[in-house]
Design a protein around this ligand. Sequence first.
Ligand code: APR
Length: 225
Amino acid sequence: MKHIVVLSGAGVSAESGLKTFRDADGLWEGHNVMDVATPEGFAKNPELVLTFYNERRKQLLEVKPNSAHFDLAALEQDYKVTIITQNVDDLHERAGSTNVIHLHGELLKARSIKNNDILPWNTDMKLGDLCAQGHQIRPHIVWFGEAVPMIDEAIEICKTADILIIVGTSMQVYPAAGLKDFVKSGTPIFYIDPKPADIHDKYVTTIKEKASTGMKTVIKALSSQ
Ligand code: APR
């Protein structure tokens, strides 16, 4: 079975109603990213940060996967599929994908601020909510300036790709954006994005479409391979 590796970003969830990061003048749902998505922002105003992620979590529980998520999940009928996502939502999983790596953490998990304890979390998070060892918890999100613990595993997975699908990412944030450089030379790459970044690689087919229609185009291309 061929191995399809998918690198997804906020754009794959846009048609579900979740906002992307870089489509709104550097603001994310009205906030400066540095205030809500950095360890410094959390140290300065933890309540603001917790409230911000509480709102994101609430919103996530109200939306549904879209056809791009479902089409990616359906690829598992014919391929081994690994999804490496920058998204903190669980829409790939809810669509049925069974092998999803979250590079930037997960909105529906909490993490202790003192150790690596990770717990499931689907309600509001407040100051005073503690892990089993009695430490404050925080959203299980990789903030700007923090290490990306899953990156080494993601690199190894990319090395084994027979096909790479990149969908809905501006390719601005590293190390995630660098993953495409780890696929074997000559690996076909499909890049779906209505406003794609310039990727200079002769094996890239850029599909300037939304995730939903772009996935249909990719499926057609795969079936004629
Ligand atoms: N279908 C596909 N792509 C879309 C759609 C859509 N319907 N709508 C918008 N896009 C594209 C935009 O053109 C853009 O290129 O999705 C991309 C979203 O880019 P970003 O907002 O930069 O999101 P992403 O690449 O996932 O950001 C990476 O940055 O803020 C951090 O940690 C956060 O994981 C995030 C990382």
